[in-house]
Write a protein that binds this ligand. Sequence first.
Ligand SMILES: [Zn+2]
Ligand SMILES: [Zn+2]
Length: 213
Amino acid sequence: MSLVVVFTFNDFSENTYLIYDDSKECIIIDPGNNNPQEDKTLSDFISANQLKPVRLINTHCHLDHVFGNKYVADTYQLDLEIHQGELPVLEASPAVANMYGIPYPNVSPTPTVFLEPGQEIAFGTTKLSIHFTPGHSPASVSFYNQEEAYIIGGDVLFQGSIGRTDLPGGHFDTLIQSIKDTFLTLPDETRVYSGHGPATTVGVERLHNPFLQ
Ligand SMILES: [Zn+2]
Ligand SMILES: [Zn+2]
């Protein structure tokens, strides 16, 4: 049985996910912590619950999802894992920070391990399958826990909305297809944990999301 913990960090109100189970191993997805206070919030939770971080993963590499990569990688000696197709996005992040005028002193490390759709992320007793869900970003991936009926979807699908498609590598039709091919094939009760805003479910979005009617 895994627990999904959400922290909302940085100027973009980005959702950082930490998932742990009875083994006390945890994975950190999209660490958006971008100042010493946010770093401490994340680390304090990990120490208070005596967790052992074992994987550092990004759904995609927009700036708001990678701010804390270096802190987590250095603090817990983890290698970053992303889809290879997100490398150009990651490499552009310092320039994007510059453009927005946002301090980004802890530039993300470059990954050496790449996530392969169809494979699993396994830690403790938990398994998440990796799904290729591009459209918001060129190679966004989502992580699905079939047994416990939830998906970590990054900025693909939001409560009542979808990810923006006007950033480099974004494509509206591709995004809608990703949502249909991955999210809408899942059972209605599946919880969707998004990169921004509250969690929702596949069933609610299937019925009410204006972009999916
Ligand atoms: Zn994004
Ligand atoms: Zn985002």
